[in-house]
Design a protein around this ligand. Structure first.
Ligand SMILES: [Zn+2]
Length: 68
């Protein structure tokens, strides 16, 4: 997968805000679909976020119905 873009970077920053005690909390991440005008939010727990980031290949964070 190529450069995943600004929102992937922002999402990583959001992820870094979560402490160990908050891994089961739900956070609002930005949709990482190719549409640069898309500002949809995706609610994920940190655990779910990490599952996408560590998957091989990594799974982008996508709002419902947004293609990757
Ligand atoms: Zn989107």
């Amino acid at each position: 997968m190529a450069e995943s873009g600004l929102f992937a970077h922002v999402n990583n920053s959001i992820r870094s805000l979560a402490t160990e005690a908050q891994v089961s909390d739900t956070w609002e991440f930005f949709c990482e679909c190719p549409d640069l005008a898309c500002h949809a939010l995706v609610s994920l727990t940190v655990v779910e976020f990490d599952e996408r980031r560590t998957a091989l290949p990594p799974t982008p964070i996508l709002a419902t119905g947004h293609g990757g």
